[in-house]
Design a protein. Structure first.
Length: 293
């Protein structure tokens, strides 16, 4: 995106962390975009290219530790990711933010709300993931979560012995989205078959990170009643990864929550990029207006 700068900082343990930031001339606030499982910051490239939010918001997107240009093969968890984000905000001298998170990124936002409550103004979720609602592949993964954690530890030990892939390519999700829409337009293929392929994901992410993430994404989250900031949710009406009725019941428990649905599966930014972008823009502008004294 024009005007966006790629930067790096060092985590508390010396790991190099990558992010990109666009600063508006007279910002109404800062929006932090967090990608999902086995993803990276290019999840937001199409939105960033076309959004009007860049005119009056600082836009910041990150490669979470273990992803993209923030590559590492060590331990990852919500505490580490939240601490990395707080360190990044310190580096940019940003006090409070609105977090926009997709899937696993929404979970990171929930944990950030507990760990750094004073730095969070609001949350915008895109297809958040809750253990109680999981079905399909992730529903089956839920039953194997303890084993996944043990396997991740084993693989991490092998990595320390030097048994690992030396190079992992950077995955361009903007390009993948364009190609996927072309496939869906000319065939009856299910998008879940295209985006829920562990073998495809593992071409771009270390085994130990992938296994840790699978174990993390199916864990219980802090209860919705504990989130005191406004929550806005963009939900795929036809999501195959979660039980829709259970999802709506969970979301009703947030003290301040508004939900908008789009006819899509769990990857609505791929299937309906213009509708998704318009909804995110409306949520962020509404929140900024509500939060302004």
């Amino acid at each position: 995106m024009e005007g966006e700068v790629e930067k790096y900082i060092l985590g508390a343990d010396g790991v190099r962390l990558c992010y990109r930031i666009h600063r508006a001339r007279a910002p109404r606030g800062t929006l932090v975009f967090i990608h999902g499982l086995a993803s990276n910051m290019t999840r937001w490239s199409e939105l960033f290219e076309n959004t009007s939010l860049k005119e009056d918001f600082n836009l910041l997107r990150v490669d979470l530790r273990g992803h993209g240009c923030s590559m590492v093969r060590g331990r990852v968890n919500y505490r580490v990711w939240c601490d990395d984000l707080a360190r990044l905000l310190d580096a940019e001298k940003i006090e409070r933010v609105i977090i926009v998170g997709h899937s696993l990124g929404a979970q990171v936002g929930i944990h950030f709300a507990h760990r750094y409550a004073e730095r969070l103004a609001a949350l915008v979720f895109i297809d958040p993931v809750y253990r109680q609602a999981l079905q399909g592949l992730l529903g089956r993964v839920r039953r194997w979560a303890p084993l996944l954690g043990l396997l991740a530890t084993l693989v991490r030990g092998l990595n320390r012995l030097g048994i690992r892939r030396r190079h992992l390519p950077y995955r361009d999700l903007y390009l993948l989205d364009v190609q996927t829409r072309e496939i869906l337009a000319r065939s009856d293929e299910d998008i879940a078959d295209l985006y829920m392929s562990p073998l495809a994901d593992l071409k771009y992410i270390p085994w130990t990170i992938y296994l840790q993430e699978l174990a993390l994404v199916v864990r219980d989250l802090p209860v919705p009643e504990s989130i005191t900031v406004p929550v806005r949710v963009l939900l795929s009406a036809g999501a195959t990864t979660s039980d829709h009725a259970v999802m709506r019941a969970i979301l009703r428990r947030y003290p301040d929550c508004e939900v908008r649905e789009i006819d899509a599966d769990h990857w609505l930014l791929t299937e309906k990029p213009e509708e998704g972008r318009a909804a995110i823009e409306a949520f962020c502008r509404q929140l900024a207006a509500e939060l302004t004294p």
